[in-house]
Design a protein. Sequence first.
Length: 115
Amino acid sequence: VQLQASGGGLVQVGGSLRLSCAASGTILNPNIMGWYRQAPGKQRELVATISSVFGTNYADSLKGRFTISRDNGKNVVDLQMTSLEPEDTAVYYCTFKPLMGLNYWGQGTQVTVSS
């Protein structure tokens, strides 16, 4: 499975940004797609995941500001981020995991929130 992420960039505090990730290759269903992030000097952490089996799952601290969605027909997962804060600055990684299979990671896309 190959994951191609897009949509990262530089945004001011309070702004919004939308990330998108397309999965291609051998797509096994059902599966879980999602986003993790890693800030400098910190461990990678969950942002949100989405699947037809488990629904959506968010990091508690991001509920209400971030929204994950997916287009199953296109194997695309989006992450809408609003009210962005400097603490949201990180490399955001797309993930894809069949329920019975290995986890795949995208190459990461940088999000920088400037104050």
